[in-house]
Design a protein around this ligand. Structure first.
Ligand SMILES: [Ca+2]
Ligand SMILES: [Ca+2]
Ligand SMILES: [Ca+2]
Length: 260
């Protein structure tokens, strides 16, 4: 009896570890981010291939929100988004349902909230209704303040989704899109740049930012935040190395003592 219990526990443990390690699929970041001074803001690559789970929803790579990057060049802030979701035409059809990409929620210095709109058509999940553009579903590409969000999506936890209304404060200095295969899977990117003077007022320094994006089902979402410039916190591994170094030093002292 005891043997049987032990055996089933071991089997359960083996199954659990096997599931966790074998099915987590990450295709990786596009090469372009390694150039031109991009800094990673968030890494949400990967899903569980056995059931297509991207957390909280499903759909595999086509619904994977993967990376955020940013860079600062004087008063110009650039943001880069990489997804398995098609953010080129902003639509993925699965079954008989169309799913649409949302807008980037950008928060500067802990309190100034904006929506970055790529200028693409979008609609929500439950009503399949156009979102924004006074009912047309299309707003001019740009940065908006005083934003009210449409969060009519399947997984609420992935909110905010897309701008229902807002005040245009700035156009986009650039709004580029493309796609490439990385790690055997197709990923899309969008990069936008904005003038911080238009967003914060002239001469106001940027000291922190956060960015968030999801799609109309909310199957996956990506969020990242950082201090500007990024503050590097010693990681546990570096702490462990420092401890090892300290042990080495103490060992050296002990060795010298023994010699004496
Ligand atoms: Ca993801
Ligand atoms: Ca992926
Ligand atoms: Ca819009």
């Amino acid at each position: 009896m005891k043997k049987a219990v032990l055996y089933s526990s071991l089997t359960a443990l083996m199954l659990a570890t096997g599931t966790a390690s074998a099915t987590l699929v990450k295709n990786g970041a596009l090469d372009m981010w390694a150039a031109d001074g991009w800094t990673q803001l968030a890494n949400d690559d990967g899903y569980r291939a056995s059931d297509g789970k991207v957390n909280p929803g499903w759909g595999g790579q086509r619904f994977d929100a993967e990376f955020f990057y940013f860079k600062l060049d004087g008063n110009t802030l650039s943001l880069g988004l990489q997804t398995g979701f098609d953010i080129e035409d902003n639509k993925v059809t699965s079954g008989s349902t169309d799913y649409y990409g949302g807008d980037i929620q950008l928060i500067l210095n802990g309190g100034n909230e904006f929506a970055i709109d790529f200028g693409l058509y979008t609609q929500d999940y439950w009503g399949q209704d156009p979102v924004g553009g006074a009912g047309t579903g299309v707003d001019a590409a740009g940065v908006y303040s005083n934003v009210s969000w449409n969060n009519d999506i399947y997984f609420d936890v992935s909110s905010p989704f897309a701008m229902e209304s807002g005040d245009l404060v700035s156009g986009l200095l650039s709004n580029d899109v493309g796609s490439a295969v990385v790690g055997g899977e197709l990923s899309y990117y969008r990069t936008v740049s904005v003038n911080l003077d238009d967003l914060l007022g002239q001469g106001t320094d940027l000291y922190s930012l956060s960015a968030h994006w999801t799609m109309s089902c909310g199957n996956d979402a990506i969020y990242g935040e950082t201090q500007v410039p990024p503050v590097s916190v010693p990681e546990p591994s570096s702490l462990a190395l420092m401890s090892l170094g300290l042990i080495g030093l103490l060992g050296g002292v002990a060795a010298r003592r023994r010699r004496v």
